[in-house]
Design a protein. Structure first.
Length: 153
């Protein structure tokens, strides 16, 4: 393969972004470097596209209020929340049509979050653009989840 064809092939695969803006991966999920603390989570939320940014802000605020001592981090291009080091109870991730909130011990929550997983203990809540966020229910799930043993990662 000629150098010119190789360069064109690489250029097609390279993500496009404006200078200084994070790359958006498939579904519009921001590519944010791994990091511990609130700053990487804030960077992730700031990079969420369109209406998803408001969902990210709301979820972060609800978690922060319901579990004020929760640790925050970005891992695998998603924000994570936990109570003990390397033990996480919640994460969320952008997809093309929704934001998926993962409760890692969601099978122990009452009532159960609606989304099932291939993993026995994990349950999901998918939030679409026109959905009304049930803040009271999410707050209750976060309070419950923050008292359960987190998933070790």
């Amino acid at each position: 393969m000629s150098a010119e064809k190789t360069a064109k092939k690489v250029a097609k695969k390279a993500p496009r972004k404006a200078a200084g803006e994070p790359v958006l991966l498939s579904g519009g999920n921001p590519q944010i470097a791994k990091g511990d603390g609130a700053a990487p989570v804030e960077a992730y939320i700031a990079a969420m596209p369109g209406w998803k940014k408001d969902v990210g802000r709301r979820i972060d605020a609800l978690v922060t209020k319901a579990a004020p001592n929760a640790r925050k981090a970005v891992k695998w291009n998603s924000p994570f929340y936990g109570m003990a080091e390397k033990h996480w109870f919640l994460s969320f991730h952008c997809y093309a049509r929704y934001v998926k909130v993962a409760f890692f011990n969601g099978a122990s929550l009452t009532p159960l979050p609606p989304g099932v997983s291939k993993q026995k203990e994990v349950r999901y809540l998918d939030i679409h653009e026109d959905d009304t966020i049930d803040e009271a229910q999410i707050t209750d799930w976060v309070k419950q989840a923050s008292h359960l043993p987190g998933m070790r990662m």
